[in-house]
Write a new protein. Structure first.
Length: 95
């Protein structure tokens, strides 16, 4: 299972998933981004957590990854920056 983060405003999903790499969504390896001459960095975030502190938690991050790093047409990437994909554990609401 993934790590449980604290309050939603504190839980950057990339870190909560145990990722230690930069996870740059703006990457100059992407030709669309390189033209802008802006430093490689992460500009897209997913915040997750359970601000109510429920015992079983909610918004538990299971996995985080980048999306859109490969061309779907063989020529052009889908965007000038990559997306963030996060799998979350979200328990059923109590009856």
């Amino acid at each position: 299972m993934g790590r449980r983060c604290g309050l939603a405003c504190e839980g950057k999903a990339w870190r909560c998933a145990g990722r230690t790499d930069l996870g740059a969504t703006w990457d100059n390896a992407n030709p669309g981004a390189a033209r802008m001459r802006i430093a490689t960095k992460r500009i897209d975030f997913v915040f997750a957590g359970d601000s109510f502190g429920r015992p079983r938690g909610a918004g538990q991050v299971l996995r985080a990854d980048l999306a859109g790093q490969e061309s779907i047409t063989g020529a052009v990437l889908p965007s000038d920056h990559y997306g963030v994909v996060v799998d979350l554990r979200w328990p059923q609401r109590p009856s």
